[in-house]
Design a protein around this ligand. Structure first.
Ligand code: ADP
Length: 204
């Protein structure tokens, strides 16, 4: 079977991966998958739902095997439901891979065409955004300052090394500061040529 084609949305917590992912989801030929959303949609009383609450409430990552399984199951389900077509559409992955182990596990299945690395040197600006999000969305992991700080630490220790797993010429740094439309415009300069060169023409 042909591998899944994907563009990764990468960046520290609060850099706007979810916001940009939702906007990119509107582009024909792209399909957005956010692992945080997959976990939050679980029944909180299920075994996996309990595991998620246990880890995320402390700002920790869910173990790799559980995460990769949930993600791959969701892809199969979405393809069955006709939400995207493997080999034709390009996945926009938001939140996976988040460890080198996850990247290694996905290597045989997912062809990474490009990585959008949302950057922000001002961690306090990101913390501020997350506190605003906590007010709007009621996410418990955004409400507690110590949990937010732990998520940054985990990002630095476990997720940033993922960037070294991929060839540098596939990584595109984009500043996370500015309006959603401004950031989207910069991302589209990178994504449009990837769509073109993969000759994806969903309207054809
Ligand atoms: P953020 O990017 O703001 O930290 P997400 O919504 O992407 O938030 O993720 C929320 C939580 O879900 C994470 O803190 C983590 O506990 C869990 N999670 C999401 N994606 C992964 C992943 N790929 N591996 C392990 N845990 C994950």
């Amino acid at each position: 079977m042909s591998p899944y084609k994907a563009i990764l949305l990468f960046g520290a917590p609060g850099t706007g991966k979810g916001t940009q992912g939702a906007l990119l989801a509107q582009v024909p030929g792209l399909h957005h998958v956010a692992t945080g959303d997959l976990f939050r949609a679980l029944d909180k009383q299920s075994d996996l739902g309990k595991e998620f609450t246990n880890y995320s409430s402390r700002g920790e990552l869910v173990p790799d095997r559980l995460t990769v399984e949930l993600f791959l199951q969701s892809l199969v389900q979405r393809a069955l439901e006709g939400k995207f077509q493997r080999g034709r559409d390009i996945l926009v992955l938001d939140g996976i891979p988040r460890t080198v182990e996850q990247a290694v596990a996905l290597d045989p299945l997912v062809q990474v065409l490009g990585i959008i690395h949302l950057t922000c040197a001002d961690q306090e600006a990101m913390v501020h955004r997350m506190r605003q999000r906590a007010l709007k969305q009621g996410r418990p992991d955004d409400a507690d300052e110590s949990v937010i700080r732990r998520r940054f630490e985990v990002y630095r220790l476990e997720s940033q090394p993922v960037l070294h797993h991929y060839p540098t010429n596939r990584i595109h740094d984009v500043s996370a500061l500015g309006s959603p439309a401004g950031v989207l415009a910069k991302i589209m300069e990178i994504v449009a040529p990837i769509l073109d060169s993969n000759s994806v023409n969903p309207l054809a």
